[in-house]
Design a binder for this molecule. Structure first.
Ligand code: TXA
Ligand code: MG
Length: 321
């Protein structure tokens, strides 16, 4: 993609207002939180969220954390079991992310949740993050604002080092006080589970809950939707790299050669558009497929966002347990 100009916004009234307007107009804005800088996009905007993955060069659609200004806003997105409510009331705003059941009417892009029925939510404490979220008045999906595989940024200069030319703006709030990412707790089952250690000590969380946390299944942070139990896979069988459908298949196309397809990820072959459509279209073709029918998926080029799309498609096509 052609590089764009990345503006550095000063953290005064005008800078924050500008950042909020950019978020409302589908742009990507990096902003400070108390942990690290986040790469923000409107969490309801499929295309903006697809661009986050493109800017980071992420080869997989890892689910993203949704940032909101307060608990009331979080309750519009996720369902809070009792223990989650206790954690939220004790530690928010702060460096704690809760993975919770997603509300049906949350309106969050399925790219944010990697098509799952859970969502990671956090209320950051940083005053600039707070002001930005209140002014924007909506949910902001934000991974750490660094290229995939690189170190998380704790200054605006770090953000520019990695993402200059890929994002519209960075809101400069100086160094982040905590400097490591939030602690992530899964509260979709009992006992609550530590998914990633981070800025809020585990001991404080266990003291609040009154019992020891379950440890990660994987021995480390859950980084890919494929490692998660509840990731979305269609009911119909997927056949990948299919130039044409067979008689017993619904065709999910990509590019101008797939004009006859039931649905096309992007008729023009645009990978950002294809990523934005991926989870919606997978669900839609799955619904179209009648019993016994499969889904044929056109080849998707394996570069840029195409790698993440192919990663997700191959997981969806993998044999089910
Ligand atoms: O401090 C932080 O958490 C920073 C700031 C910007 O808020 N954000 C951050 O995001 O570290 P990121 O994308 O680098 O890490 C998010 C982690 C990933 O490991 C992802 O797999 C996990 O959150 N995650 C997100 N949604 C999830 C879900 N529904 N279930 C399990 N894990 C999830
Ligand atoms: Mg990260």
């Amino acid at each position: 993609m052609k590089p764009i100009k990345t503006n550095t916004l000063i953290s005064d009234f005008d800078g924050i207002a500008r950042a909020a307007i950019l978020l409302s107009s589908h742009a990507l804005v990096a902003f400070p939180t108390e942990t690290v800088y986040g790469l923000g996009a409107d969490a309801r905007d499929d295309t903006a969220v697809a661009r986050v993955f493109q800017a980071k060069g992420r080869p997989q659609f890892n689910p993203l954390i949704v940032h909101v200004a307060d608990l009331a806003a979080a309750e519009r997105i996720a369902i809070f079991p009792d223990q989650a409510m206790r954690l939220a009331q004790t530690f928010w705003p702060g460096p704690l992310t809760l993975v919770l059941p997603l509300r049906d009417d949350a309106g969050i892009s399925p790219l944010v949740t990697a098509g799952m029925n859970t969502v990671a939510v956090r209320v950051p404490e940083h005053p600039l993050a707070q002001e930005l979220l209140r002014k924007f008045d909506g949910p902001v999906a934000a991974p750490s604002a660094n290229p995939s595989g690189k170190i998380s940024p704790t200054t605006a200069a770090h953000v520019l080092d990695g993402l200059s030319g890929q994002i519209e703006a960075v809101l400069d709030g100086g160094p982040c006080p905590v400097g490591i990412e939030s602690t992530i707790i899964g509260v979709t089952e009992h006992p609550a589970r530590l998914l990633r250690p981070g800025g809020l000590p585990v001991e404080a969380i266990e003291a609040c809950l009154g019992y020891p946390l379950a440890l990660p299944d994987t021995g480390g942070a859950i980084t890919a939707p494929g490692q998660l139990k509840s990731h979305y896979a269609p009911d119909a069988k997927l056949r990948l790299n299919a130039d044409h459908p067979r008689g017993d298949e619904v065709w999910l196309g990509f590019g101008p050669d797939a004009k006859e397809a039931a649905l096309n990820l992007s008729v023009t072959g645009d990978l950002v558009e294809a990523a934005a459509n991926l989870f919606h279209h997978l669900r839609a073709v799955d619904a179209l497929a009648t019993a016994g029918q499969g889904i044929a998926v056109s080849p998707v080029p394996d570069h840029g966002l195409g790698r993440a799309i192919n990663d997700r498609l191959s997981r969806a096509a993998a044999p089910r347990p």
